[in-house]
Write a protein that binds this ligand. Structure first.
Ligand SMILES: [Zn+2]
Length: 200
C-alpha cells in the first residue's frame, strides 16, 4: 500500500511549472461543484493526496503525469468526494457574500461594477439607527452611495431594487454560477455551467 504522503515524494520537477497549471475541479459526492464562486479547485498536490487517501474518485485526468521513484500517475483534473459534505445552511455575512447576493450590481442604479468600485450602503443609515445586517446592507456604487448619504430611502427616493434579505446558500451558489472563472479546463465543462456551454 502506498503511503498517504505519497504526493510529497512525487518530484515537483516532474512538472515544468511545479504543477501550478494542473488544478483539479472538486465536486461534492452529488457531482456538483463544492462551490461555484469561488470555484472549488484544489492544487494537484492536494488532489493526489486525496486520491491516495481514498477520499475522492477521479472522474477525469490531464494527459500529464507525475512520477515518484516507485510509481507514476496522471494528474486528476476532476475529482468527486466520496463522502457528501452538506452545504452550510446559513451563508456567512461577509462583504463578499453581500456582493454575491446582489450580483455585483449597485442596488440603486442597477449597474454592475468590479468589486473595487463597489461599496456598501446602509438602507437605514447607521446615524439613523440602521444596523449592519443582511436586511439593511446593500451593494452600491460610489456615486449612489454618496448621493444617498445619511438619508432614508423615502427622503431621497432611492430604494434598493431588491428588498435586502439573508440569502440561502443555494441562492448564493446560483448567483456564483453566473461568474465563470478565468481558467476552465475542458474536462470541467461537463460539470459546470450548462447554460454558458449551450451558448458557445
Ligand atoms: Zn449606483
Amino acid at each position: 500500500m502506498l503511503a498517504p504522503d505519497v504526493a510529497s515524494v512525487i518530484e515537483e520537477r516532474a512538472l515544468p511549472d511545479g504543477g501550478l497549471h494542473y488544478p483539479a475541479l472538486v465536486l461534492n459526492a452529488d457531482f456538483r461543484p463544492l462551490s461555484y464562486f469561488p470555484l472549488s479547485v484544489w492544487s494537484w498536490q492536494d488532489a493526489v493526496k486525496a486520491v491516495f487517501l481514498d477520499r475522492v474518485s477521479v472522474l477525469s485526468e490531464y494527459k500529464d503525469e507525475v512520477h515518484s521513484p516507485s510509481m507514476s500517475m496522471r494528474l486528476p483534473s476532476v475529482i468527486a468526494l466520496k463522502d457528501y459534505i452538506p452545504a452550510a445552511r446559513k451563508p456567512a455575512f461577509t462583504r463578499f457574500n453581500v456582493f454575491l447576493r446582489d450580483a455585483f450590481s449597485c442596488q440603486y442604479c442597477g449597474d454592475r461594477y468590479p468589486t473595487h468600485d463597489l461599496t456598501f450602503d446602509h438602507v437605514v443609515p447607521r446615524s439613523r439607527g440602521g444596523r449592519t445586517t443582511w436586511e439593511n446592507v446593500v451593494t452600491a456604487c460610489g456615486g449612489c452611495n454618496l448621493r444617498k448619504g445619511n438619508k432614508l430611502p423615502r427622503e431621497c427616493h432611492m430604494h434598493p431594487r431588491l428588498k435586502p434579505a439573508q440569502p440561502s446558500t443555494w441562492e448564493l451558489q446560483e448567483n456564483g454560477r453566473a461568474f465563470p472563472p478565468n481558467y476552465l479546463h475542458e474536462s470541467w465543462r461537463d460539470y459546470l455551467y450548462w447554460d454558458s456551454e449551450l451558448e458557445s
